[in-house]
Design a protein around this ligand. Structure first.
Ligand SMILES: C[S@@+](CC[C@H](N)C(=O)[O-])C[C@H]1O[C@@H](n2cnc3c(N)ncnc32)[C@H](O)[C@@H]1O
Length: 282
């Protein structure tokens, strides 16, 4: 397994920094050819593992669109994205003009490139939508936004299937986690990184999960993990370490992460959080 695959997107809750703990739990070897990532986000786990087959899925169609364009066009798409990273485009007027274009255009390639632009020019690299599904993150006021060329090139190298080579096969799919998990078969390795459960009972589950991920979805995920285990797959779930998660993952092998670190899923709600990894294995 390699472990230097830095994601090119900033992503709330990204797991790049706890890859060693995750890699220690993921099975490898002959019987485990395929990785399934139902909550891909920045795809940190896919980028830092070396499975022969990979399903990288997320409910966010804009996010998956970026990956699909990189896979089909490679360097040409990187060059198109670079075009937006200029000093003239790093001002609120241009940002908000691009934002309204993004919310109205039907040009998938333009949308994908603007998504990369927003990721580095928007507030905290957040990805948020209003009730009508419009992208609504404000301008981020960064002095010199970084264009992640090196990281995008590494991504392209990993996802481009070269003829007659041993390079990994990867498909990017827009799917809800339920549909993705139902694809799991014997030997598959499923890594699940759902939106976090709230840290305290007083935190409002519904407000926190404005993306529609509440206690019912968390419980459904735990049930599907058990189903996949019965199918002969291995499932690893990461989440906050709370009485709720300890309860819903009770039948799994739970590892509490010793490393306490800042969370950034919500810019206004930074704090130190204890996390866990729940392993559902045969
Ligand atoms: C904590 S992030 C994953 C972070 C990722 N592991 C990384 O390292 O960047 C959770 C992801 O779940 C996705 N998501 C939210 N609800 C979902 C659903 N119902 N089905 C599939 N994906 C969902 C979000 O779009 C987000 O990318």
């Amino acid at each position: 397994m390699v472990s230097d695959g830095k994601p090119f997107l900033k992503w709330a809750g990204n797991k790049y920094r706890i890859m060693p703990e995750i890699l220690a739990q993921l099975p490898t070897g002959k019987g485990h050819r395929r990785l399934i990532e139902p909550f891909a986000g920045s795809a940190a786990v896919f980028l830092n593992t070396g499975y022969a087959d990979n399903i990288v899925a997320d409910a966010n169609a804009d996010l998956i669109g970026v990956y699909q364009h990189l896979q089909s066009e490679g360097e040409a798409f990187i060059e198109f994205c670079r075009w937006f990273f200029t000093p003239e485009n790093n001002c609120p007027e241009q940002y908000y003009e691009f934002r309204s274009t993004f919310n109205t255009t039907t040009d998938a390639r333009l949308k994908a490139a603007l998504f990369v632009y927003f990721n580095r020019h928007g507030y905290n690299g957040l990805c948020r939508y209003n009730q009508k599904g419009g992208f609504n993150v404000p301008f981020g006021k960064y002095k010199t936004p970084y264009f992640p060329e090196k990281e995008m090139k590494a991504f392209v190298a990993k996802v481009t299937l070269k003829p007659q080579s041993q390079s990994p096969r990867v498909v990017f799919q827009v799917r809800s986690f339920e549909d993705t998990m139902l694809m799991a078969r014997r030997g598959d390795v499923v890594y699940c990184d759902p939106p976090y459960v709230p840290l305290t009972e007083t935190a409002n589950f519904t407000t926190y999960s404005s993306g529609g991920f509440g206690p019912a979805e968390q419980e459904q995920l735990a049930e599907l993990a058990k189903f996949c285990r019965r199918q002969g797959a291995t499932v690893l779930i990461s989440n906050h370490d709370t009485p709720f998660t300890q309860d819903v993952y009770a039948s799994a092998k739970i590892t509490s992460l010793q490393v306490r670190r800042f969370i950034s899923c919500n810019g206004s709600d930074r704090g130190k959080a204890k996390e866990l990894l729940a392993l559902f294995a045969g």
